[in-house]
Ligand binder design. Structure first.
Ligand SMILES: Nc1ncnc2c1ncn2[C@@H]1O[C@H](COP(=O)(O)OP(=O)(O)O)[C@@H](O)[C@H]1O
Ligand SMILES: [Mg+2]
Length: 271
């Protein structure tokens, strides 16, 4: 089966008054359908830039990108908007809900851009809200009357309402406490169990632990398979040695004896 995501040698160079910023520098990544992938990296490493490109909100300056086998770098703006509306869902750190609209209205919003007839929109929103476990008593509340965890579940319901194949989440637990964040991560796992592909960006190792696989980005580049192996071997060695401090990517990282030479990038601590 073609992968959900297949991006190769993607560069994204921002052009500003101050000059050129290469935010992505040759990213190659494949994500299988139904996979739950976490992308980790420090602030400024290119995570949001990558998500915007994977989510067809932006285009790479160069490189190829096949989304479910379709070359999206060749599509018009209208066609890209259609791909987004029909195949993709988005969840952000700051929830991005309309504060004074009801929960139900917020969740129905993406359907305005879809082929769903108006009479079916409310039912679809209702189903999406049920699937994220938000109690029905809240559906007619304004979204600004909810707690952070409830708001993020509404945002996930909004991402799900058009039954997307792929859900992109950029730091979805960034504004939540640990217990609420866990509840949100459990919601993503449930969505994966229903066949969704999930690409989640985080700088928190406890969050990435919920994913099937984690890739690391540094300065616009993903660590190579070899660098990832060395990184994991280093972590395992550290754990075996009983070291508890430092966190993932801490500068005390020591690679296993059999691992290839450690890249300079590996010493960079995750924020
Ligand atoms: N619209 C933009 N214009 C110019 N530079 C940008 C823009 N967006 C991001 N950048 C720069 O690109 C780099 C990567 O940013 P970003 O993708 O937001 O990283 P992250 O999400 O990992 O914090 C940073 O150096 C940032 O300053
Ligand atoms: Mg970001």
């Amino acid at each position: 089966m073609t992968p959900a995501i297949d991006i190769r040698r993607a560069w994204r160079i921002y052009e500003t008054a101050a000059g050129y910023t290469p935010a992505l520098r040759g990213v190659t990544l494949s994500v299988a359908r139904g996979e739950f992938l976490a992308i980790m990296g420090p602030s400024g490493s290119g995570k949001s830039t990558l998500m915007n490109i994977l989510g067809c909100l932006d285009r790479p300056t160069s490189g190829t990108y096949l989304l479910e086998g379709i070359d999206v770098t060749e599509l018009s703006e209208d066609d890209l908007a259609h791909v987004r509306a029909s195949r993709l869902g988005f969840v952000f750190q700051s929830f991005n809900l309309l504060p004074r609209a009801t929960v139900l209205r917020n969740v129905m919003l993406p359907l305005v851009y879809s082929d769903t007839p108006p009479r079916d929109r409310e039912l679809a929103a209702w189903r999406a809200l049920r699937s994220v476990g938000l109690p029905e008593e809240h559906y007619l509340h304004r979204s600004n009357e909810l707690s952070g965890g409830q708001m993020q579940r509404v945002a996930i319901a909004r991402a799900l309402v058009n039954d997307p194949a792929i859900i992109f989440a950029d730091e979805p637990t960034g504004n939540l406490d640990t217990a609420t964040g866990e509840m949100v991560m459990r919601t993503f796992r449930r969505m994966q169990a229903r066949g969704k592909t999930i690409v989640l960006i985080t700088h928190d190792p406890e969050v990435s632990a919920w994913a099937d696989r984690t890739v690391h980005i540094r300065d616009g580049k993903l660590l190579s398979d070899e660098e990832e192996r060395a990184y994991l071997a280093g972590l395992a060695a550290r754990e075996a040695g009983g070291e508890k401090d430092g966190g993932i990517g801490g500068s005390s990282l020591s690679p296993a004896p059999t691992s290839p030479p450690r890249s300079k990038l590996l010493g960079v601590p995750c924020l």
